[in-house]
Design a binder for this molecule. Structure first.
Ligand code: C2O
Ligand code: CU
Length: 479
């Protein structure tokens, strides 16, 4: 698999830390809020059993305690939104209440869900209008680490804070609540005063380049939070990248541990982290198994820029030598692709700055240079920008699809398929771990295979949300 994110010529690499003198101390000078693992969110249910989630504007401090608050859009006023936790096979019932001034919907990222509940404005439902409500009611078929986020103008709505954690526990969890940490990482573009830069939302410059990159990272909405861990005890650390566009690269030595899952799907055996970086693209998740050692504090350290940026700390107390649990959580059962009988589909990705831009169709007609500026459409899948009347392809239910993605652009991308998990097919034909979002480097080709077993209309898009809005969005139909 590729190593992404570094060394792209012309890639603007936003350095972390803000520019002004008072902000330069950055995370290092900031004593984070000490948080006990687990149990930091609570969720109230209405009398009819629905969890009520209101999307609305809110003031929130993204930077230090004495910095100004930002105007964000939040679920129930919090960042992230309320943690939803169910067991495998249970129902999730959420009533979305829209207190925004524009339409919205919630997508349950990575859940192999009923199509009608997928929450994609403009494909699976109409956006919920201001003042409106929508009831989501679905079964969570697979245990694992998921997240939910707004899916109407996501580049703006997710970029302003509309996301939250969704954890589906195994029937018999291997880690109890105190040893199960959900960490949602996000990348923000802050002004010199520490407030969210809202003026640069929608900048075509970002849309045509690497997306909206920030200059500050938070974990669960906090700047450099500190978690307490006990030496010798095994922890499951669930990492989610909620950034609009940043491919996070974490220093594996600073966090330690082994990978036990990707994108919600637990592995059959733990994997040693690479010596390079733990790469987590937008929307991707990595579950780690960490057994802290006596006297060795841990941290999340981002290393993709020229600067090492620490954005969460784990204080290890007590003494103890521990062993990892005898077994990993029980993996989900997902129907396997049948490569011998696969339908092969090629996805040609073009456009963007410094890339080849052939003729491009948008809403049924060819775009001229002027249209490109007017519509903001600068990327295309197979020559088509954004949703077309017709799907990229139809698959019969149960059919295996071999999707060959050819990145003819000068940028990396994070491609997400709704409603299904897939496996990356290596050159020798072997299948990688289950994922719902894959990274593809510039001029790279990546093949993924999945069994199209979930009927409906499913989005396939780049999860760099500016790229998705600027054309890198299509859909498939399973009949
Ligand atoms: Cu997490 Cu269509 O997205
Ligand atoms: Cu992209």
């Amino acid at each position: 698999m590729m190593k992404q994110g570094s060394g792209l010529p012309g890639t603007p690499k936003a350095e972390f830390g803000l520019t002004r003198r008072n902000l330069l101390a950055g995370a290092a000078g900031f004593a984070g809020v000490a948080m006990a693992p687990g149990g930091i969110f609570s969720v109230a249910r209405a009398a009819d059993g629905f969890i009520e989630i209101t999307a609305g504007p809110g003031q929130y401090k993204l930077y230090k305690e004495d910095a100004a608050a930002s105007d964000l859009w939040l679920y129930n006023g919090g960042l992230p939104g309320p943690e939803i936790r169910v067991r495998r096979g249970e129902r999730v019932k959420v009533r979305l209440i829209n207190a925004l001034e524009e339409g919205t919907s919630i997508h349950w990222h990575g859940v192999r869900i009923d199509n009608a509940m997928d929450g994609v404005s403009g494909l699976t439902q109409d956006p919920v209008p201001p003042g409106g409500t929508f009831e989501y009611d679905f079964v969570a078929p697979d245990a694992g680490t998921y997240w939910y986020h707004a899916h109407n103008k996501s580049w703006n709505q997710v970029g302003r804070g509309l996301y939250g954690p969704l954890i589906v526990e195994e029937e018999e969890p291997v880690f109890d609540r105190d040893h199960d940490l959900m960490l949602i990482m996000d990348d923000w573009r802050l002004n010199d005063d520490g407030r969210l830069d809202t003026e640069s939302f929608g900048m075509l410059m970002d849309w045509a380049h690497g997306g909206r990159l920030g200059n500050w990272l938070t974990v669960n909405g906090k700047s450099n939070p500190s978690f307490s861990l006990k030496a010798g005890e095994p922890y499951r650390i669930r990492l989610v990248n909620a950034s609009n566009a940043r491919i996070l690269e974490l220093d594996p030595d600073s966090i330690g541990g082994q990978v036990i899952g990707y994108d919600g799907q637990v592995l059959t055996a733990a994997e040693q982290t690479t010596t390079e970086a733990l790469v987590i693209g937008p929307a991707q998740r990595v579950d780690l198994l960490v057994v802290p050692e006596t006297g060795r504090d841990l941290a999340l350290v981002e290393v993709s820029t020229s600067q090492r940026f620490t954005f969460a700390e784990f204080k290890v107390s007590g003494e103890g030598k521990g062993n990892p649990p005898a077994q990993l959580p029980q993996a989900n059962t997902i129907p396997s692709p049948d490569l011998a009988n696969a339908k092969r589909v090629v996805l040609d990705m073009t456009g963007g700055a410094m890339g080849r831009m052939g003729p491009m169709r948008y809403k049924g007609r060819e775009l001229t240079q002027d249209d490109i500026r007017a519509t903001g459409q600068v990327w295309a899948f197979n020559g088509i920008a954004n949703l077309d009347e017709e799907p990229l392809f139809d698959a019969a239910r149960g059919e295996t699809v071999l999707l060959e993605t050819v990145n003819n652009t000068a940028w990396p991308h994070a491609i997400h398929l709704h409603g299904h998990h897939f496996r990356i097919v290596s050159a020798d034909g072997s299948l990688g771990p289950w994922r719902d979002t894959f990274l593809i480097g510039r001029e790279e080709t990546v093949k993924v295979a999945f069994q199209a077993d979930n009927p409906g209309k499913w989005l396939l898009h780049c999860h760099m949300l500016e790229h998705a809005a600027a054309g890198m969005t299509t859909w498939i139909r399973v009949t």
